[in-house]
Structures are given as structure tokens and as C-alpha cells.
Design a binder for this molecule. Structure first.
Ligand code: UDP
Ligand code: MG
Length: 308
């Protein structure tokens, strides 16, 4: 019998995890052809999440726990789940029921029809604030413009992936992890299903602005080196401007008597170019920082306890 592994990352989800597990199990009962396992990754929750998962495991051995030693972040938690699953396919799903498990029925159908990745694309984002919708949409367009691979718009991590892809992902240990990008990058036969994203069942988002910006940055840095090229283009442009400025200065110095004037022009040029240099150095810093992080070769996450 083929097995489906549900990968459920959790960070402080005591209010939702039990209901989510119930709903997932209900859906899995509709798919009698398959064995199901739930790999719940507790990403260093500070509330009761882990105890609840342990309790659930006592009554139902399909429910497994991977407890990380601290909060390593959503993307690392997903990889911890994938590293420990044994299914012929994995389903990556949030714990807060924003990704309706019922959509998985359709995903499995497509997988059976020969697709290796079935990602869920959002028709609408009922719940989300207008600001998140706008920033997300700008981010996806920007990322596709910058990077050479095509990352589908309006998709999150909610998707089904075949074992083939799980094996490839296990081999990629890069730290600046952007799962959606990596899964697009591996190729194979990919398709989508449409769904409407529900509201969070309970609790608050575990993705504050800081974590969202970090994810966006990782997406860009690990899938594009175009920002680095910006530096040379702007350098070239500024050199042209300087040549014109130099000619102007020489002209004023030789042919007019008012050559002390023009300090405003000079200070504008200096401020502008030094500001620009700062930005470009910062950009280099981001790349060097990520090289540094990779060079240390630390593990992606540390498992504190495993109940499988
Ligand atoms: N999550 C996690 N580690 C984190 C942040 C989030 O494992 O550091 C999990 C979280 O419990 C949820 C999923 O990732 O299952 C998506 O997070 P959330 O729903 O808070 O994000 P949003 O839907 O608001 O973007
Ligand atoms: Mg959510």
C-alpha cells in the first residue's frame, strides 16, 4: 500500500493543532487506498504544542512528532519533516487550517495521473490583509523578474511532492532555504490545483514582518545574482555623469569668474553617490553573509526528540 506523509510544521499552535489533526485524519479516511502518516514538526514552541502532540501520539500511532531543540524557522522545520518521512509522497500543509486539507484529494488524483509536484495556487486570499496581498504580489513578480527559474505566483508551501523530489531536497542542505524555489528548481512534472485560502482557525500568525522579510530576502539571494550586477550598471552610469560634471567644472573654472559657486551641486553629487555606494556595499554584504552562513556547515536544525 502506498503511503502519504503529511508534513505539518508547528510553532506555538496549541490552539489549532488538535482540530487540524482531526480534520486531516478525516480527509485521509476518504483515501482508503493509502496509508497515512502525520509528521508534526514542533519548531521549538514555547506553549503546550509539544505535549498535545505527544498526547495525540499515544492514541494514534499514525501521528508522529519531531521536536526541534529551538525555533529554527518554518522552512527548516519543513525540511526536518521531509527528512523523517517514509511516504511515496509528502503533503506540506500549515497547522492553522488556512490550507484546507480537502484540497489534497484533488492533489493526490493529479499525482496518480503522473505529476510529481502538485502545488496549490490561491484563487483568493479571503482572510489576508490588503497589505499582505499587495506585498506578496509585488514580491512574486519581482522574484520572477530577477531569477532564472519560474516560481509560480500566489503559491505558498502547500503542495504534494513525490518521493523523487523528497530525495533531491534531502541532498540540498543550503541554509538560506526557500522551499518553493528549490522545488521549482528541481523540475520534473509539475502542475497546480486552485483553492481559496481560508482564515486562520485560531491564534495569531507566526510570521511577523521580520520573518516575512527574511524569507523574501532568502528567496531573492538564493535564486538570483542580478542584484550584484546592478552595481556595475550604476557604476557605469555614474561615471558618465561624472565626466559631464568634470567638463562642466573645467568650463566654469576657465571661462567664468564665479567658480566658487556650485557647492550645492557638489554636495548633491557627493551625497547621492555616497548613499548609492552604501546601498551597493550592503547588497554585497548580503551575499557575503549568506556565503559565510553556508561555509560554517552547521546543520539546518537540531532534533531534540523524535517519536516515530
Ligand atoms: N511556523 C513554524 N515556524 C516558524 C513560523 C511558523 O513552524 O518559525 C509554522 C506555523 O506554525 C504554521 C506555518 O508555519 O503551521 C505557517 O505559519 P503562519 O500560519 O503563522 O503564517 P501565515 O499563514 O500567517 O503566513
Ligand atoms: Mg497561516
Amino acid at each position: 500500500m502506498k503511503k502519504l506523509s503529511w508534513i505539518i510544521p508547528c510553532y506555538n499552535e496549541e490552539e489549532v493543532i488538535e482540530v487540524a489533526v482531526k480534520r486531516i485524519l478525516n480527509v485521509s479516511q476518504l483515501m482508503e487506498k493509502y496509508d497515512n502518516e502525520l509528521i508534526i514538526v514542533d519548531d521549538g514552541s514555547k506553549d503546550n504544542t509539544r505535549e498535545i502532540i505527544k498526547e495525540l501520539n499515544k492514541n494514534d500511532k499514525r501521528i508522529n512528532l519531531i521536536g526541534l531543540s529551538r525555533n529554527f524557522g518554518h522552512q527548516a522545520a519543513l525540511q526536518a519533516g521531509l527528512d523523517n518521512c517514509s511516504g511515496s509522497a509528502a503533503i506540506i500543509i500549515d497547522a492553522d487550517l488556512q490550507d484546507p486539507p480537502e484540497v489534497v484529494l484533488e492533489m493526490v488524483q493529479k499525482w496518480e495521473n503522473g505529476f510529481d509536484v502538485v502545488y496549490a495556487k490561491r484563487k483568493e486570499r479571503k482572510s489576508e490583509k490588503i497589505l499582505k496581498k499587495i506585498t506578496a504580489s509585488i514580491f512574486y513578480r519581482f522574484l520572477n523578474l530577477l531569477s532564472d527559474i519560474d516560481i509560480p505566483r500566489d503559491t505558498g508551501d502547500f503542495r504534494l511532492i513525490d518521493k523523487k523530489i523528497i530525495i533531491e531536497l534531502k541532498g540540498m542542505r543550503e541554509k538560506g532555504r526557500f522551499m518553493r524555489g528549490l522545488i521549482s528548481w528541481v523540475g520534473f512534472n509539475q502542475t497546480q490545483v486552485l483553492y481559496s485560502r481560508d482564515e486562520r482557525f485560531a491564534g495569531k500568525s507566526k510570521y511577523p514582518l521580520k520573518k516575512m522579510v527574511r524569507l523574501a530576502k532568502e528567496g531573492i539571494i538564493s535564486f538570483s545574482n542580478k542584484p550584484l550586477k546592478v552595481s556595475s550598471y550604476l557604476g557605469f552610469l555614474f561615471s558618465l555623469v561624472s565626466i559631464v560634471a568634470i567638463l562642466y567644472v573645467v568650463f566654469v573654472r576657465i571661462f567664468t569668474a564665479q567658480w566658487v559657486a556650485g557647492w550645492a551641486f557638489l554636495s548633491i553629487i557627493i551625497l547621492l553617490s555616497s548613499g548609492l555606494q552604501m546601498v551597493l556595499i550592503g547588497m554585497l554584504g548580503e551575499y557575503i553573509g549568506s556565503i559565510y552562513l553556508e561555509a560554517k556547515k552547521r546543520p539546518l536544525y537540531i532534533v531534540e526528540e523524535k517519536i516515530i
